[in-house]
Each structure stands twice: as C-alpha cells, then as structure tokens.
Design a protein around this ligand. Sequence first.
Ligand code: GDP
Length: 431
Amino acid sequence: QPVLAVVGRPNVGKSTLVNRILGRREAVVQDVPGVTRDRVAYDALWNGRRFTVVDTGGWEPGASGLQGAVAAQAELAMATADAVLLVVDASVGATTTDEAVAKVLRRSKRPVLLAANKVDDNRLIPDVASLWSLGLGEPMPVSALHGRSSGDLLDAIVKALPEAPRDGERTAGPRRVALVGKPNVGKSSLLNKLTGEERSVVDSVAGTTVDPVDSLVELDGQTWRFVDTAGLRKRVHTASGTEYYASLRTKAAIDSAEVAIVLLDASEPLSEQDLRVLTMVVEAGRACVLAFNKWDLVDEDRRHQLERELDRGLVRVPWAQKVNISALTGRSVRKLAPALRTALESWDRRVSTGQLNSWLSELIAATPPPVRGGKQPKVLFATQAAIRPPTLVLFTTGFLEAGYRRFIERKFRERFGFEGSPVRINVRVRE
Ligand code: GDP
C-alpha cells in the first residue's frame, strides 16, 4: 500500500494531525523531546483507500540542530514515501526552519501537500494565505485539534497517492489447488482416491461449471478446484523425452493455483527433481503443503533416513507443513484439507503496520543490521505491502544483507506464524 510521510517542526501538531488522519486518538503518543517512539508507521483508511502514514517525528535524525534534523527527516520522507505532507503552524507562520524544509521538499519528484495547522478559527485564514510563500502550492487550513477540514485534507491525500497495487487475484469460487510432483510419485493415484470416494458429492454441487481440465473435489466439507488435472485423471503417462513439457505443465498448474500440494515419494531419497518442483512453488509465491506419499512402504529405518534427508533438503521451506499419506491405502489423506486451509489462511493474512513496526523496532534495537562500508543501515519502518503471498517492505537507509533478511524472516515467523506460506521481504533503500 502507498506511503504518506508527515514532516514538520516539533510542536506544529504532527502527531495530533496523524491521529486525525488515522481517525483514532490513542494511536500516536505526543512528542516528548529526546524520547524515541517505538512506532512511527500506521495504517490509514479513507474512502476505501488504504495507505500507510509515517510520522517522521519518531526518526530522530542526527544532532545537527533543529533545522538540520527536520531537513534530514524531509530527505528521508522524500526518499521513502509516495507523497509527503508538510505540517506548519499557521498561528506562527513560516519560520526559517519551515522555509529550509520547504526548500528540500521543492526538489521532490513525489507530490507534496502543505497543511496549515492550528487554524482553530477564521481569523487565522489570512495568515494561511501567507504560506503560499513556501512554494509548495496551496496551503490547506486544518485544525488537527478540532478536526476542521480533515475530510478535505484526506481527500487531497488519497488523490495525491498512487493507487495501491492490487493484492494477488482472488476469484470467487473454490480455492485452487495444484497437485504436483515428479512422475510416478502418485499424483493420479491420489487424485483418484480423492475424487473416487467423493465423486457423487462433487457432481451434485449446484451451479458449478468445471473447466474440463480441472477437477472439483470435496474434502472435509469444502469444495476445492484441483487445477489442470486432465492428464492425471486419464492416467496419460507421458513418453520419454517429454520431461520438458511435463515441467512446463507443472509450472502452468502452479501459476493458476493458490496453493500447491507437492507430492514426494517417502520411499525414495529426495531428488533434484523434487526440489525443482518445490522451488517452482516458492518462486511463484504460492502456499504449499508437502505430502509424503507411499508411507505404506516406509519402515523404521527408512523413516530415520528420511528425517536426515529432510533436514538438509528442505532448508528453504522450514515453514511448510508435512503430511504423511498413502494414496494406495488412503492413510491420512483426510489430513490434507486442514493443511491446505492453514496454508491459505497464512497466504491471505495481513499484519497491521502498527503491530509490525512495534515488533520490528524491538528486534532491530536488540540486533541491528550488520555495518556495511563503515555505515550502519537503519530500518526506518516497514509495512506489509501485499498478501497472496504476504510481502513485507522494509524502508531502510542502506542495503541489508541476505543473511540479515533471512534473520528477519525467521523472527517474523516466530512472532506471527505464517505456516504454509512463503513470505517475501523486499527492501527499499533511500537513494
Ligand atoms: P503419477 O505419475 O504421479 O501420477 O503417479 P501414479 O499415480 O501413476 O503412481 C505411480 C505408481 O506408484 C503406481 O504404480 C501406483 O500404484 C504407485 N503408488 C501411488 N501411490 C502409492 C502409495 O501410496 N503406496 C504405494 N505403495 N504405491 C503407490
């Protein structure tokens, strides 16, 4: 979702105005000089448009004097946000600090809005007009305290912000499942098991039109659309030399699904081909359940061996759920539905910006990012920009190493879960 940064001198009423924008009073604590806030970013919603509000007052950049500090905030705001709101105190007028900040903001390639705050009564309107001198366009009179014109300000804000990128498509109807795995792992056997026993139920689902290549399957009281199963249903076993086409088909099935059941053969060592399929699912950003098939062939020795293989083989997907099944006997096949549901819940899930930042600022205070080139990168704030798959964006002042990003993901999962879904972490570094 798009980001609005709020900039201004201390005491112009930034926090009160941010509270107005958020529509709730308790969100932001008042400015206390010298006290770093644990949170600077919040979710806002106006006319159905979601955006993130960043109160730059919490950033406390350097000890370069007030003017330098506010100008530095403006620099960061311009580099990270999609639009900037400069708040000035209309009852005081433009100070030299305001002018210095305006000068920085005039270079911004992104939209800049100017709010003239503390216009508690109409006698201050002439003073508002004098703020045209800041060269940032029309000053908008507001009273954060009394709520004056906050609707107009919010209209202007959402107009200035880009439309949020749409979350991954979620068409109506049954959730879409891809059943994938290397040849002979038991895909058609499993599909037959799943449809065979439930066929009558599936066919009686009213008003459903089934794409001839998909199968509707009822599992655990819920209908699922298994995508691109034509080849599996007919048990068309591809001749040699067509592995390339099989892999294209797997890719297409994964792309058109929301969650994948990756079928693995528990009776054999994990193979390169298995990992390729798994990588396809993760890179496509799909939720995923690992199903270890042919469990009827697994004895004690094999089970221990398999555990060791998995420790090494599945390091990339420690978050994936594992279900041990037998398509032949039907063992534990009914455990697939709850696992699919859990994975999709994670895939659909959104953590609020407030929660995310209070967790993240604590984590980073305890374990700051490694220094690079003599500089300590700072993480300014984060938002969850998307779901399906969950995608975090960290706004930073420097590059974060892959190892540190993995550390953040690991800690994020410890705190918030997200079992069964990949989580993407993008870093936006200020230029
Ligand atoms: P696909 O290529 O992935 O569709 O695999 P198939 O469903 O055609 O299965 C390949 C072979 O594995 C067949 O001979 C199946 O009977 C056998 N098979 C599938 N699932 C199981 C299972 O759970 N246990 C055992 N023992 N054999 C299985």
